[in-house]
Ligand binder design. Structure first.
Ligand SMILES: CC(C)(COP(=O)(O)OP(=O)(O)OC[C@H]1O[C@@H](n2cnc3c(N)ncnc32)[C@H](O)[C@@H]1OP(=O)(O)O)[C@@H](O)C(=O)NCCC(=O)NCCS
Length: 144
């Protein structure tokens, strides 16, 4: 397989990103059918690292951050055909490289990836808390 190229930036086609979410299986847990939410997720993320193989998007690490104190890694996804080749690890390494050395990196793991994060240096946190949205993001505005 050819070398993987990594880029930083969120100037990405919505359809291309949605396709990757589906191909990685993360699409099962993200609102891929709600285009306005997906569009907002991409346009408002301020640290997006992507992995490319011969022009095909094969991985993404999408974070929201102040760059100095904390970054929230909202999505990490690697195309199923490209998993277990070190791409997820490299996407996180490049995310960290873009942050100041004073910056925490935090995330909520998908069930399938829960065993992945300790392997690459994350510690679990017993006091993480979540407030559910008022409306299911998977439901289209027109349906609600
Ligand atoms: C989780 C995911 C991003 C990992 O990406 P990847 O490119 O396959 O990971 P890497 O190749 O860098 O793997 C690094 C190590 O973690 C292991 N690993 C990879 N995926 C794993 C998983 N889901 N569970 C446990 N270990 C995993 C690899 O075997 C490797 O270990 P090794 O060095 O001992 O061989 C990718 O599998 C994925 O996109 N999964 C579906 C979407 C998802 O769940 N995303 C996470 C949302 S929080």
């Amino acid at each position: 397989m050819s070398a993987i190229e990594y880029k930083i930036g969120n100037n990405l086609e919505l359809e291309t990103v949605i396709e990757l979410y589906r191909k990685s299986t993360l699409g099962e847990r993200r609102p891929v059918d709600n285009r306005s939410v997906m569009e907002s997720m991409i346009r408002n993320a301020n640290l997006v690292v992507t992995a490319w193989s011969e022009g095909t998007l094969v991985g993404i690490a999408r974070s929201v951050t102040d760059f100095a104190y904390v970054a929230y890694l909202a999505d990490l996804a690697v195309h199923q055909d490209y998993q277990h080749r070190g791409i997820g690890t490299e996407l996180i390494a490049q995310t960290r490289d873009a942050l100041k050395s004073t910056c925490f990196l935090t995330l909520l793991s998908a069930p399938k990836a829960n065993e992945f994060y300790p392997k690459i240096g994350f510690d679990s946190h017993p006091r993480a808390w979540v407030m559910e949205p008022r409306q299911d993001p998977k439901v289209h505005e027109s349906q609600s």
